[in-house]
Design a protein around this ligand. Structure first.
Ligand code: FES
Length: 951
C-alpha cells in the first residue's frame, strides 16, 4: 500500500507522487522524476526542509542543525528522512520549474549568412553561453524566428566541440524562417534558441556506418562526420547525399574535404531530377551497394523526410537486409497542425493536400525522395509532403503512398572512381501514378499520425511531454513496427476474452516494445516536428536492448558530465543507493524491487540531460519491461551491478568522463549477463522433468487454460512427446508457450478465447478441426478458485463467477468437442478436477469441481459406446511460479482475508498424507498418462493427485 503525497511548489504548481510507507518522500520524489531540493540526503544539512500542511508521518532521524525541535513542532519536515503514515501535503521551498530540468535557453548573434544555392542558406551563429551548450552530433535546436512568434527546428551541422554553431536551411516560399532569411536577416542580428533536442545522434561503437542524407538532412550528417574527424574515428563510413534538383546541391566541397580528413569515408550524391547535370541521378537509396552494408553489421543513420526514410526501409526489406541498427530522423507531419508551423502563412502556391494535380504529383515524388530538408520545417514543406501522402501511392505506414517503382539494379559493370567515385548511372524512374487514397486515413497514418488515439478524426497538436506512442490501436508508426502484430493469435469467435492484465506487464512504460517481435523500434515524435526512432533486429532475442541503452547513456554522459548541480548529484546518488538493498552478493533479495529502483536510476540520467527525447528513446527501448519479464523469477544478479550505480555517480561527482563511460559500458555487460542467465534458468524451469518420447506422435491435443500452471506444463510435456497442440487461453501469454513448443521442434497453435462462453469453446474446437482436421484429446484444464473465504462471505455474483470459471468452461468445451469425437468414433477427454471437492474456504469452487467429477463419470457412461474415454485428475495443492495472469478475484488484502487464504493452504497440506504440495511435473505426468493410449482401459475415473488426499 502506498500513500499519495502532494508536493505544492512556490509557483502554485502541485505534483502528486506515490510513496510507500517505508520509503522516504525524497526517494519517492526522485523516482518519479521530481527534483525537490536535496543535498546530504541524510538529515544533516536541512536543504530539503519543507512544510507539512497535512497528514501523519514519521520524521525519521536527523540532526538538530538540519531541523530544530521548534521547527519540527510547527510542522517542518525533512523529506530525505521522513516516511509517510498517511496521505500528505507538503510545501516545497522551490518552484516547479527548478524541480524539473529543462532544456537550455540561449541567445546568439548571426556571424555569417551564406547563400549556398538558390534554395539553401548556411547560417552561422555564436553564443556567449557556448560553454553551457553540450550537444551530440545529430541533435537539433529550436530557433525563434526574429520578428515573429514562431520557432523552427534545425540540426547542428558543426561538431560538438566547434565554437561556432552552423545550420543548413532550406528556403521555401512563404515560410517564416525563409522570409526572414531572404528579406531581413543580417550579420549581427540576435537570435534565441532552446536545446539541444533529439535522440538522433551518433552511437559510439566500432561498427561500420552508412549515412543517408536527404536535402538539408545533410546538416546532422555533417555534424556526425565532423565528430568522427575530431575523435580520430577509424570506423568505415559511407555517405549517400540525395537531393531533388541541381539547385539543392550544397556542401560538396565540405564533404570532399571531410573525405581527405577521414580516409575511410566514401561517398556519393544523387539528384532525382532526370534533367540534372549531376554525375548520378536517382534516389538516395539507389547507390547503396553490398559493400556499404557489411553483411548487415552496419549502423545506418538516416535523416530526411518520411518518404525517404520509408523508401530506404522498404529498400532494405525487399533485399532482405537487416542492419544491426537503423537510427533515423524525419518530419513528424502530425505536429504541423496546431503547432507553430500551423499558424505560418500558407503560401498561395502551396500544393493542396486533397487536390494534387499531375504537376504537383511529379514535384512531390521528387521532393519526397530526394530533397526535402528535415532541418527546414517550414509549412510549405509540410504541405508538400502531405500532398504526396494524399495523392500518390507507394506505401507509407501501411498506406499507399507512391506509385510502384523499381530501382534498376546496379549492374556488375558499375564502375567506381576510386573511393570517392561519382559514376553516372540511371537508377530508374517512378512508374505510373495512382490516385484515390483516402485523404483523412492517409493523413492519420503518415509519419506518426498513428500515434494518436484512433477515431479522433482530426489532427491535433501534441503536448510537450505527452506519451506519444501508446495511444489508440497504433501498432505501427510511420511504418515502424512497434508492437507485435497478433497475426498468429486472435480472439476467436464469441465474446472477446476479457483482457488478462499481466501482473508483470510494464504499466509505466507504454512505449515499451513487446517481446517476441522480429524487429523492435523506439520512436519519438515531438511537438517541434521531428520524428526520431531506431530499429534493431530481434531485440529481445539478443542483448541489443542493453546495447541500445548503453549507446543512449553514453550520449547522456556527454551532455551531463561536469554540468550537474550538487542537488542533481545528490538525487542521482540517492537513486543509486536505492538499488543496493535489493541485491545481496550475487543474489537478488527482491528482483522486482531491484528492477523498479534500477529503472528509476537509469531514467534519472536521461532526465538530467533536460532532453525529453532521450528519455523517450530510452523508455521506448522497454528496458524495464524486459527486465520485469526476464527477472521475474531470477535469483542471480551480477554482484557488481549495484556497485556500478554507485561508481557511476562517483564518476559524475568527480567529473571523470572516461570513468563514467567505462562504467556505463561495463554495467551494460553485467546487465546482459544477469538477464541472459535469468532467461536461461527460466527456460530450463519450464522444461518437463519427465518425457516419454513419441507417446503422442500423430495425436491432436487441445489444452484449455494452457498459458500457465498445470495446463502449460501438461502442454509442454505432450508437445515434447510429439503431440500437435491447440493451446487455448484468455491470455496471449499462451502464444509464448506455443512459440517455445514450436522452437523445440513441436507443433502448436495458440488461440485466444473466452471459454466461459459456449461460443468461445466452440470456436476453439472449430479452430482445431480447421487447422489439424481432427481432435484426439481434449484436456479441460481451465478453471481455478478466485476467492478464499467462508461461504457466508461470498456474494451471489462471486458464486456465479466461480461456477462460470470452474464448471461451465468444461461443460461448454465437452459440448463443443463431442460431436467431432463421435464422428471420429474415438477420442479422449481429460478433465482437471480438484481435491478441493473436500476443502474449506472455496465452497463454490469445490461445488464446481464436484460437478467436473459428475461430468466425467456420466459422460464416460454415455459415450463409451462411441469409442470415447472420459477421465479426470484431481490435483491437490501444487507449487507453481508466481501467477502471471491474475485469478480474477480480489487478492487478500486485510489481515482477515489473509488468514482465510492461509487456512485453505493449511487444510490442503494437512489433508495430504505426504504433508506437502505437489509439483507441476507430478500433475502433468498423470494428465499425460490418462490422455495417452497407455490408459486405453481407463474411463469414468477421477484420479486424485494430492499426495494421498482423496478429495
Ligand atoms: S537534510 Fe540534507 S537533504 Fe535533507
Amino acid at each position: 500500500m502506498s500513500y499519495q503525497v502532494a508536493l505544492s511548489f512556490e509557483d502554485g504548481v502541485t505534483r502528486f507522487i506515490e510513496c510507500d510507507p517505508d520509503q522516504t518522500v525524497a526517494d519517492a520524489s526522485y523516482r518519479q522524476r521530481i527534483n525537490i531540493p536535496l543535498d546530504c540526503r541524510d538529515g544533516a544539512c536541512g536543504t530539503c526542509k519543507a512544510f507539512c500542511e497535512s497528514g501523519d508521518y514519521d520524521g525519521g532521524t536527523y540532526i538538530d542543525d538540519a531541523l530544530t525541535d521548534d521547527e519540527a513542532a510547527s510542522g517542518y519536515v525533512l523529506p530525505c528522512s521522513m516516511t509517510p503514515k498517511s496521505d500528505l501535503v507538503l510545501q516545497i521551498a522551490t518552484t516547479s520549474e527548478v524541480a524539473k530540468t529543462q532544456a537550455g535557453e540561449f541567445t546568439a548573434t548571426i556571424t555569417a549568412l551564406d547563400r549556398l544555392s538558390p534554395t539553401t542558406v548556411a547560417l552561422t551563429i555564436d553564443t556567449p553561453q557556448r560553454a553551457d551548450l553540450a550537444f551530440l552530433p545529430g541533435q537539433y535546436v529550436n530557433i525563434a524566428v526574429p520578428g515573429t512568434d514562431e520557432t523552427r527546428s534545425y540540426s547542428f551541422s558543426n561538431g560538438p566541440d566547434e565554437k561556432s554553431l552552423t545550420f543548413l536551411m532550406k528556403l521555401s516560399p512563404g515560410g517564416v524562417m525563409s522570409d526572414y532569411l531572404t528579406d531581413r536577416a543580417a550579420v549581427g542580428d540576435e537570435l534565441t534558441f532552446t536545446g539541444p533536442h533529439g535522440s538522433f545522434f551518433l552511437r559510439e561503437t566500432d561498427r561500420p556506418v552508412l549515412l543517408l542524407a536527404g536535402g538539408t538532412g545533410l546538416a546532422p550528417i555533417l555534424s556526425i562526420l565532423r565528430t568522427m574527424v575530431a575523435t580520430g574515428s577509424r570506423r568505415p563510413v559511407h555517405l549517400v547525399y540525395g537531393v531533388s534538383t541541381d539547385d539543392d546541391v550544397v556542401e560538396l566541397d565540405t564533404i570532399a574535404k571531410l573525405a581527405t580528413e577521414l580516409p575511410q569515408l566514401t561517398w556519393d550524391y544523387v539528384v532525382s531530377d532526370p534533367a540534372s547535370t549531376a554525375p548520378n541521378t536517382g534516389y538516395v537509396m539507389s547507390p547503396i551497394r553490398d559493400e556499404h552494408l557489411h553483411g548487415g553489421d552496419v549502423a545506418v543513420y538516416l535523416c530526411g523526410p518520411p518518404p525517404m526514410v520509408e523508401a530506404v526501409r522498404t529498400h532494405f526489406a525487399e533485399r532482405g537486409i537487416e542492419p544491426t541498427g537503423i537510427y533515423y530522423e524525419k518530419f513528424a507531419l502530425a505536429a504541423a497542425p496546431g503547432t507553430e508551423a500551423d499558424s505560418a502563412a500558407e503560401p498561395e502556391d502551396a500544393p493542396q493536400p486533397d487536390t494534387p494535380s499531375e504537376d504537383t504529383v511529379d514535384t512531390m515524388q521528387e521532393t519526397a525522395f530526394g530533397a526535402v530538408s528535415p532541418a527546414s520545417r517550414d509549412r510549405q514543406q509540410l504541405l508538400e509532403l502531405t500532398s504526396v501522402a494524399a495523392g500518390e501511392g507507394r506505401e507509407l505506414a501501411g498506406q499507399p503512398m507512391f506509385a510502384a517503382t523499381t530501382a534498376a539494379p546496379v549492374g556488375p559493370g558499375a564502375a567506381r572512381d576510386g573511393n570517392n567515385s561519382r559514376v553516372q548511372r540511371d537508377y530508374g524512374a517512378l512508374g505510373s501514378t495512382r490516385a484515390g487514397v483516402d485523404e483523412v486515413d492517409t493523413l492519420r497514418s503518415v509519419a506518426g499520425q498513428g500515434i494518436w488515439p484512433a477515431g479522433t478524426g482530426t489532427t491535433r497538436a501534441l503536448d510537450a511531454g505527452e506519451d506519444l506512442v501508446p495511444a489508440g490501436a497504433a501498432r505501427a508508426i510511420a511504418g515502424q513496427e512497434m508492437l507485435t502484430e497478433n497475426t498468429g493469435i486472435r480472439p476467436l469467435g464469441g465474446p472477446a476474452p476479457a483482457p488478462a492484465k499481466h501482473e508483470s506487464e510494464p504499466q509505466s512504460e507504454p512505449n515499451a516494445v513487446q517481446p517476441n517481435q522480429g524487429a523492435a523500434a523506439g520512436v519519438t515524435a515531438t511537438p517541434d516536428g521531428y520524428e526520431i526512432g531506431e530499429q534493431h533486429p530481434s531485440i529481445y532475442k539478443s542483448d541489443a536492448v542493453f546495447d541500445a541503452r548503453q549507446a543512449l547513456e553514453l550520449g547522456a554522459v556527454e551532455i551531463t558530465i561536469g554540468r550537474l548541480s550538487s542537488q542533481q548529484l545528490a538525487g542521482f546518488r540517492l537513486l543509486a543507493e536505492a538499488t543496493v538493498p535489493y541485491v545481496d552478493g550475487d543474489r537478488f533479495v527482491d528482483a522486482a524491487a531491484y528492477t523498479e529502483a534500477n529503472a528509476a536510476f537509469h531514467d534519472y540520467l536521461f532526465t538530467l540531460t533536460g532532453n525529453e527525447h532521450l528519455l523517450h528513446a530510452y523508455r521506448a527501448l522497454g528496458v524495464k519491461g524486459h527486465m520485469d519479464e526476464t527477472l521475474r523469477e531470477a535469483t542471480w544478479c551480477d554482484p557488481r551491478c549495484t556497485q556500478d550505480h554507485l561508481d557511476i555517480v562517483s564518476a559524475f561527482e568527480a567529473g571523470d568522463r572516461k570513468a563514467a563511460r567505462a562504467l556505463v559500458a561495463e554495467h551494460a555487460e553485467r546487465s546482459k549477463a544477469t538477464t541472459r542467465r535469468a532467461m536461461k534458468e527460466a527456460r530450463e524451469a519450464t522444461r518437463p522433468a519427465f518425457v516419454s518420447p513419441g507417446r503422442f506422435a500423430g495425436k491432436v491435443v487441445v489444452v484449455t487454460g494452457s498459458a500457465q500452471g498445470i495446463g502449460e506444463r501438461a502442454a509442454r510435456r505432450i508437445g515434447a512427446e510429439g503431440g500437435a497442440l491447440v493451446l487455448a487461453d484468455r491470455s496471449d501469454l499462451v502464444q509464448g508457450v506455443a512459440d517455445d513448443v514450436t522452437s523445440e521442434g513441436g507443433r502448436a497453435r495458440a488461440v485466444l478465447a473466452d471459454l466461459e462462453t459456449y461460443e468461445g469453446a466452440q470456436a476453439v474446437i472449430d479452430e482445431a478441426l480447421e487447422v489439424f482436421g481432427r481432435i484426439d484429446v481434449l484436456i479441460n484444464n481451465v478453471g481455478g478458485a478466485m476467492w478464499f473465504k467462508p461461504y457466508t462471505e461470498f456474494t451471489a455474483d462471486q458464486i456465479q463467477a466461480e461456477i462460470n470459471r470452474s464448471l461451465m468452461t468444461t461443460l461448454w468445451s465437452c459440448r463443443a468437442a463431442l460431436p467431432a469425437l463421435v464422428r471420429q468414433g474415438s477420442g479422449t477427454i481429460v478433465n482437471v478436477s480438484s481435491v478441493a471437492t473436500r476443502g474449506i474456504h472455496r465452497i463454490p469452487y469445490s461445488a464446481a469441481k464436484g460437478g467436473i467429477n459428475a461430468i466425467t463419470e456420466s459422460l464416460a457412461m454415455e459415450y463409451a459406446g462411441s469409442g470415447i474415454r472420459v477421465v479426470a485428475t484431481a490435483p491437490g495443492g501444487t507449487d507453481a511460479p508466481p501467477r502471471r495472469i491474475p485469478r480474477g478475484g480480489d487478492a487478500p488484502q486485510t489481515e482477515q482475508e489473509k488468514a482465510w487464504f492461509q487456512a485453505h493452504i493449511d487444510q490442503t497440506v494437512e489433508s495430504s498424507l505426504m504433508k506437502r504440495y505437489g509439483t507441476l511435473d507430478e500433475q502433468a505426468a498423470v494428465i499425460a498418462f490418462l490422455a495417452s493410449d497407455e490408459a486405453a482401459y481407463v474411463t469414468g475415473t477421477v484420479v486424485p493427485v494430492g499426495g494421498g488426499d482423496q478429495g
